[in-house]
Design a protein around this ligand. Structure first.
Ligand SMILES: Cc1cc2nc3c(=O)[nH]c(=O)nc-3n(C[C@H](O)[C@H](O)[C@H](O)COP(=O)(O)OP(=O)(O)OC[C@H]3O[C@@H](n4cnc5c(N)ncnc54)[C@H](O)[C@@H]3O)c2cc1C
Length: 438
């Protein structure tokens, strides 16, 4: 980029890849000398409790990989630690008329406010922020009911969503073919290590994304069994940070397994719901449930967090989460039901704990699924559908493979008795939810 050219930047966010990156493609197919940037956002990082947060290490490693893979062409990715608004303010002074490309972010609250502020700053400098749909197949504004209002129930949403998945929408945006148009040799900021930002390396390792066609082909039969070695994709973290393209994944799923494609639909359904109903981030979607007198029992909550409830499937799930930052979806449903229905503990406590621990933490999916499990969400399991953790284990981990992996002492005398009798807890939960019905 020389001073006579329009300065063009590409801002990596939820799309940490060179391939099939729609916003990067938009930038490179229209401009020469595009400078990529990644901002370690202090507003997000300072809220993280664990200094060895695995997500920060994951992002760090991926940004280093991005840099290394263009170094031979003389390109690089600028890295900066601080407030993105301040960063773009300073860039707008250095490069008037700058154009910044980035993937669109639909998360209400901080991300959307940040983008609006950056857009205003760039506009004032004679430039612009170009946001491009990338991390979803259908943006929340592109799918609505015939009367124009947003969907609140998954099945009709999914019909609309599937009907929009035509060839063009799923096709690759081949940004990787234009990398020769990246800027070379432009001096810029660099974060040298994790410690500079107050973090240390996590010991949790994350596997590279893998599009396993055998897994996809049988996904509908294997996805509910947490002990199955290849029953699910484990791609959620890669979808979260865009280290895999959702279009590439959807194309495979369309050809190999419609059930898997529909799971991607759940992801987008929750993004759609949070975008249109931002209050659900911490309030029950259904007003009558905002009156529920949740128990705030810290001792019981701690047992749940640590995986010491005496309920094998719940303990296995929580220990898997604590050790790896991942938990199988079937088990997430069981532990969430146990916390909110058996223990009557506020779903927000569980949601926050998951937010701290899950590598794939995604606000929309987390809040949406927690409200689903608690029975308080827009498209929730009805409150009287309460998971029996023992029956769930009999059905989905019949040989106890998963439970023994995480709770090896399950059959020994040291393993505690269940902290609550499920049948009594179920009756209490029904009473609890009925108490606020009109
Ligand atoms: C209480 C609770 C909290 C959750 N919190 C999150 C979260 O913070 N982030 C997150 O990505 N998922 C969340 N999920 C959804 C789901 O459990 C994970 O997406 C899934 O387990 C990730 O593993 P996988 O990639 O192997 O999934 P697979 O079974 O291989 O599914 C493929 C992809 O489909 C999507 N998907 C599947 N099920 C769901 C679902 N129920 N809701 C939304 N997307 C789905 C994910 O993107 C997933 O990667 C939560 C579920 C529950 C019950």
């Amino acid at each position: 980029m020389s001073s006579t050219e329009i300065p063009v930047f590409f801002w990596f966010r939820r799309d940490l890849r060179w391939e099939d990156n729609a916003a990067l493609y938009a930038a490179l197919s229209q401009h020469d000398g595009v400078q990529p940037v990644f901002i370690f956002d202090e507003n997000i990082l300072k809220a993280l409790e664990d200094k060895d947060d695995a997500r920060v290490t994951f992002i760090w490693d991926h940004v280093q990989k991005l840099k290394q893979s263009v170094a031979s062409r003389g390109g690089t990715v600028w890295t900066w630690f601080g407030d993105p608004v301040a960063f773009w303010e300073s860039m707008a002074v250095r490069f008037p008329r700058l154009i910044v490309y980035a993937g669109e972010d639909y998360e209400p609250g901080y991300p959307m406010v940040r983008d609006a502020r950056v857009a205003k700053i760039l506009k004032a400098a004679g430039g612009r922020l170009e946001l491009v749909r990338d991390h979803v197949l259908v943006a929340p504004t592109e799918c609505s009911k015939p009367d124009g209002t947003p969907y609140t129930v998954y099945t009709p949403f999914s019909k609309c969503w599937l009907s929009l998945l035509h060839e063009e929408r799923l096709s690759s945006k081949p940004s990787e073919n234009y990398l020769h148009r990246l800027a070379t040799g432009l001096e810029g900021p660099e974060v040298r290590n994790l410690e500079e930002m107050g973090f240390v390396r996590s010991s949790i390792k994350v596997e590279a994304p893998r599009l396993d066609e055998n897994m996809l082909a049988t996904y509908d039969k294997t996805r509910n069994f947490p002990g199955h070695p290849h029953g699910v994709s484990r791609l959620s973290m890669h979808l979260r940070f865009g280290t895999i393209s959702v279009r590439a994944l959807a194309r495979k799923a369309r050809d190999l397994n419609l059930t898997f494609l529909k799971e991607l639909g759940w992801r987008e359904f929750f993004i759609h719901v949070l975008y249109h109903f931002p209050h659900t981030v911490n309030q029950e979607f259904r007003p009558e449930f905002q009156r529920l007198p949740w128990r705030h029992d810290e001792a019981a909550f701690e047992k749940w967090c640590a995986g010491h409830t005496g309920v094998p499937l719940v303990d296995a799930g929580m220990r898997e989460l604590n050790a790896t930052g991942y938990m199988h979806n079937r088990v997430r449903m069981v532990v969430a039901s146990f916390l909110t229905k058996d223990l009557l503990i506020d779903w927000r406590w569980g949601e926050r704990y998951f937010a701290r621990k899950l590598l794939d933490f995604e606000l929309a999916s987390n809040v949406g699924n927690w409200q689903w499990a608690a029975g308080t969400g827009c498209d929730a399991a009805p409150y009287f559908r309460i998971f029996n953790p023992t029956l769930q284990q009999e059905k989905f981990d019949p040989e106890g493979v998963y439970v023994r992996r995480w709770v090896p002492e399950v059959h020994s005398s040291t393993y505690p008795r269940p902290m609550i009798d499920h049948h009594q807890a179920r009756d209490r939960a029904l009473e609890f939810f009925r108490s606020v019905q009109v």
